[in-house]
Design a protein around this ligand. Sequence first.
Ligand code: UD1
Ligand code: UDP
Length: 366
Amino acid sequence: MSRPTVVCILGTRPDAIKMMPVVLELKRRSDEVNCVVLSTGQHREMLEQVFQTFGVQPDEDLGLMKHGQGLAELTGRSLIGLDEAIGRHKPDWVIAQGDTTTTFTASLAAFYQKAKFGHVEAGLRTGDIFNPFPEEFNRVASAIIAEHHFAPTQWAADNLIREGRDASKIFVTGNTGIDAVMRVAQDEEQTWLPDHEGRVILLTTHRRENWGEPQRGIAEACLQLVNENPDCRLVVPMHRNPVVRETLEGVLAGKDRVELIEPPEYAKFVKLMQRSDLILTDSGGVQEEAPSFGIPVLVLRETTERPEGVDVGCAKLIGTDKARILSEARLLLGDSSAYDSMAKTASPYGDGAAASQICDLILGSV
Ligand code: UD1
Ligand code: UDP
């Protein structure tokens, strides 16, 4: 009997990081399954870094990244390219993760080609279709199409059940991002900031809802924190998006004890997180990963689809108001009991075994 084909689709940095554990597990079982990795190339440099970290290259790459490209153009080109590729491979399953344009178009192309779609990191919701934009729509739309929903937590599974999805097709697996972070954290050779004795504040921000004024306020608040705390260094890996870089550079370039850096490849970024004392971020993945290392996270967003970390107390949702950012960060930098109560809270996002469960479920239903 011929092996089933599973097409894994990814295109952005977080897609790739969170799909890599699944891809590696499918490749490990290559006597049972033919795993094809299809990249839309929605991202370029930031995606290539992930392939190098995990030693995997895509079998095909649509090369879609274009500076200044709007969402409609990206969506259209991605859908056409993926539809053609899925049609050619005729897979038993198409798998994609999360809420990016790549994920949404992967699910729609799978639907048009009548291939079963498995949604990794299913069920995250804010309940506000404009926040995060356009990701909340992307994940709701992908769920309509999905044959299997791999929910990272029970909360995410409950969201799907509330929306009327078939409970027998929803599986709580943990988050594959935790599989990925645990794997690369074992790399002892990576170091970061070995010459800095003091504290490190790490900032990442890229979300579309925060572009412009909110992002400027975030940067200004972080600069003020560094000025108030002479032992602190602020490290800011800048997303490659030119809109984001212009704002961050405008406020932070050339400032004392501020390092604006190119996005480090994943294994180095993980070391940087481990070396950090406080993380401020609007990233989805970073807010899930930081609690694995006991680093408090201040989430720079008005809503989060990851309330589990906030509920248990390892993350705080603080929005983008400058005064609020300052007061929350000052509390953590100045009060060790407030700091410890966040740092000592266990992560709710998984135990590192999500990918093997997902592969069992996929291969059990071909
Ligand atoms: C995308 C996802 C977002 C995810 C984020 C992770 C959508 C709609 N958004 O947002 O959900 O959180 O990725 O990073 O899918 N660029 C480069 N090199 C790269 C990557 C990006 O130069 O390696 C620049 C390009 O000019 C590109 C722009 O950044 O056009 C924006 O990329 P895009 O994928 O549209 O959106 P993100 O804001 O990165
Ligand atoms: N990350 C990275 N280098 C960086 C910043 C982030 O490797 O400079 C990793 C991070 O550890 C996480 C993922 O990228 O796994 C998150 O990606 P991003 O913040 O771009 O997207 P989101 O998770 O918000 O969709």
